[in-house]
Design a protein around this ligand. Structure first.
Ligand SMILES: NC(=O)c1ccc[n+]([C@@H]2O[C@H](COP(=O)([O-])OP(=O)(O)OC[C@H]3O[C@@H](n4cnc5c(N)ncnc54)[C@H](OP(=O)(O)O)[C@@H]3O)[C@@H](O)[C@H]2O)c1
Length: 304
């Protein structure tokens, strides 16, 4: 299949590589062109604009940071570089894999429709390592025939996928729900670790006890060890993007009139980290906000 791919970041690079390895023909675009070098050397064509990446594509995949990035690349373009929507053929599909707002997903659907283009939302679960190893889980939603046409792509990108609705925004809402739960889990691990550490008990033993005895989750184990070892750099998923997702969950909660008080607390803690210049640390460094509040550290950086 001819695929356009925009957004060669932490997630996008591994995803694009897996598509190439599955035999698809890729034309890629990234705002910072140097990040396309490795894939170019492996056989991808590199486009000069988002529109050019979209032009020959049966499916255009975007894996961009946030609403603004998707808006710029797909709807508005850059100076001298037309947006993807102007290049995408009639009946071609835009499959948006970013974690974006429900509102942005609706805007994309509305923008593609009058041009006869299809829109499928397919946000992903899993970190960059999972993306590289084809271990993502994808949440797909869109008109059934369009989702069906995306099946070979969904299969090439991960270990499985759920088709959740014909309305694309529902996939985005579910993704935000999952990330809200993950952020809440990291926050509670951080608070409990701070308590155990300050009281003088052994945090490693605490992790062993809580995971063997209660959670039995590789997620808890991996994040717990990452926090204990303060492996916050390089980030797999940054504080900056974690804050975005908490904020988007809060935005949906307001739109649907659903009190979600934890979103307020989480948002303040991410803001604290961002205010101290730690937006590029891994989001598990949120545990350091609790350590700092407990007087256990002065800085959120590892070794501080
Ligand atoms: N990392 C994870 O663990 C993870 C897991 C699941 C889902 N996600 C979601 O996947 C998406 C990508 O995450 P990531 O970790 O791959 O992010 P990333 O490494 O920061 O990459 C972001 C991509 O967006 C581009 N971008 C950012 N702002 C832009 C703008 N204003 N205009 C055009 N392009 C822009 C970047 O281009 P440049 O190279 O030019 O900066 C880069 O290609 C996000 O929505 C994230 O929430 C991430």
């Amino acid at each position: 299949m001819k695929i356009g791919f925009i957004g060669i970041g932490h997630m996008g690079e591994g995803m694009a590589r897996n598509l190439m390895q599955a035999g698809h023909q890729l034309t890629i675009y990234n705002r910072t062109r140097s990040k396309t070098e490795r894939l170019r050397a492996e056989g991808a064509a590199v486009a000069d604009s988002p529109a050019q990446a979209a032009a020959a594509a049966e499916v255009l995949i975007t894996m961009l940071a946030d609403d603004d990035a998707v808006g710029a690349a797909v709807l508005n373009g850059y100076p001298g570089q037309p947006p993807a929507i102007e290049g995408l053929q009639r009946d071609a599909i835009h499959m948006c894999t970013s974690t974006i707002s429900v509102a942005m997903s609706r805007e994309l659907e509305a923008a593609h429709k009058p041009r006869g283009q299809q829109y499928v939302a397919s946000p992903v679960l899993g970190r960059p390592e999972a993306a590289a190893q084809r271990q993502l889980w994808l949440i797909a939603a869109g008109p059934q025939p369009a989702v069906e046409r995306c099946r070979p792509i969904l299969e090439a990108l991960g270990r499985g996928f759920s088709v959740v609705a014909s309305e694309p925004w529902k996939a985005n809402l579910m993704k935000l729900g999952v990330n809200f739960m993950l952020a809440s889990l990291l926050e509670s691990i951080g608070e409990a670790f701070a308590l155990v550490e300050k009281a003088g008990a052994d945090v490693r033993q605490f992790l062993e006890v809580m995971n063997n005895g209660t959670f039995r989750s590789p997620l808890v184990e991996n994040y717990g060890n990452r926090i204990i070892e303060k492996r916050y750099e390089p980030a797999g998923f940054s504080m900056r993007l974690g804050f975005k997702d908490v904020r988007l969950a809060m935005q949906s909660a307001i739109e649907e009139t659903v009190p979600m008080p934890l979103t307020g607390l989480l948002s303040d803690h991410y803001l604290h980290a961002l205010a101290h210049g730690h937006g590029e640390l891994d989001w598990s460094a949120i545990a350091e906000v609790s350590r700092q509040a407990a007087g256990l550290t002065k800085t959120l950086r590892a070794g501080g």
